[in-house]
Design a binder for this molecule. Structure first.
Ligand code: ZN
Length: 62
């Protein structure tokens, strides 16, 4: 399980908790669920990977 941080106190919060175990503040139900952001990060990583490969490999590498 991936751990998250409480936005109020900064303490570690387990995914699925409804309240922060440190300060007791109610956590939003969608905490840690950012599929769109993860997709964007994955997309940027692929673009950077392709750019590095184009930079490293000479045009006539075959
Ligand atoms: Zn907290």
């Amino acid at each position: 399980m991936s751990e998250l941080n409480c936005k109020h106190c900064g303490g570690a919060v387990e995914l699925g908790n409804k309240t922060c175990p440190n300060c007791g503040i109610p956590l939003p139900p969608n905490l840690g669920k950012y599929p769109q952001r993860k997709f964007i990060i994955f997309f940027i990583a692929v673009v950077i990977f392709c750019a590095v490969m184009i930079y490293w490999l000479p045009p006539n590498w075959i």
